[in-house]
Design a protein around this ligand. Structure first.
Ligand code: BTN
Length: 251
């Protein structure tokens, strides 16, 4: 069961690093989650750091033994985790919770959480996955476009409550992954894609000229499909910048 074994730490560099260390010593069982009150070097996507201003934030890493998954299906693992986190957040609010491709969790134009997935592969199989998840439980004042579970729900949820809901959702979606429910995962993921079918301003990171595009979905390997001047363009992870749509949002 995912989330049954819990390692609770007061302080650590990064729960992902901690998980990687345990994994290299073969001391991690499938489904174990590592939680920390404080991370001194929390890591985000694209080499960024992830700061959690107070201990009232969810910073945790799950270890998933995904050795049944071929490398070609790696994107479905990302969808599994993103869908579980999205559904956990949704259980705290009536507002629509979306997945900003590939795996940021947004409510409207505000980010509430992020995911950092690190995998190791062997012989074409994804041996193990370290899924680091950061969720704003209490308000984050340092980021203009951030929101939190407290602000959305009007309550101050306990970390253990967040963990309980998240683990339950992960078990559900992971079961689908195990049963090769790839098409269903993709359909669900696409149905929650942030700004899907809306005209938005985008930029290619390599050629930062703003253009209007419409997110239409993802392909079989998780690339995003963007309609641009009536033509579908395929973009890989990190090739696009979406920030024009939310970075100016004030809390
Ligand atoms: C992002 O949006 O850039 C991803 C953020 C992921 C942060 C989490 S917090 C728990 C885990 N440990 C880390 O060092 N990073 C992830």
């Amino acid at each position: 069961m995912i989330g049954q074994q819990i390692i609770q730490l007061h302080e650590v560099d990064s729960t992902n690093n901690y998980a990687a260390r345990l994994l290299s010593e073969r001391k991690l069982a499938h489904g174990t989650v590592i939680l920390a009150e404080h991370q001194t070097s929390g890591r985000g996507q694209r080499g960024r750091s992830w700061h959690s201003a107070s201990s009232k934030q969810f910073t945790g890493t799950y270890f998933l033994k995904t050795d049944f998954l071929s490398v070609d299906h790696l994107c479905y693992l990302n969808m599994t985790v993103a869908l579980a986190v999205r559904q956990m957040v949704q259980s705290f609010t009536r507002r629509k919770v979306s997945i900003k491709w590939p795996n940021d969790i947004f409510v409207g134009d505000q980010k509430i959480g992020g995911i950092l997935i690190e995998t190791n592969w062997k012989n074409g199989k994804v041996e193990g996955t370290i899924a680091g998840i950061g969720i704003n439980v209490s308000p984050v004042h340092s980021v203009a476009y951030a929101t939190s579970l407290s602000e959305l729900s009007g309550k101050s949820p306990e970390i253990r409550e967040v963990l309980g809901v998240l683990s339950a959702k992960l078990n559900t979606f992971y079961a689908l992954l195990e049963q090769s429910g790839f098409q269903l995962l993709k359909e669900q993921y696409e149905s929650f894609l942030w700004k899907k079918d809306e005209e938005i301003t985008l930029e290619e990171r390599q050629n930062p000229v703003p253009f209007q595009g419409i997110i239409r979905g993802v392909d079989q390997i998780g690339n995003i499909l963007v309609e641009r001047d009536g033509v579908i363009q395929v973009y890989r992870n990190q090739e696009l910048n979406f920030e024009a749509n939310y970075s100016k949002v004030k809390m």
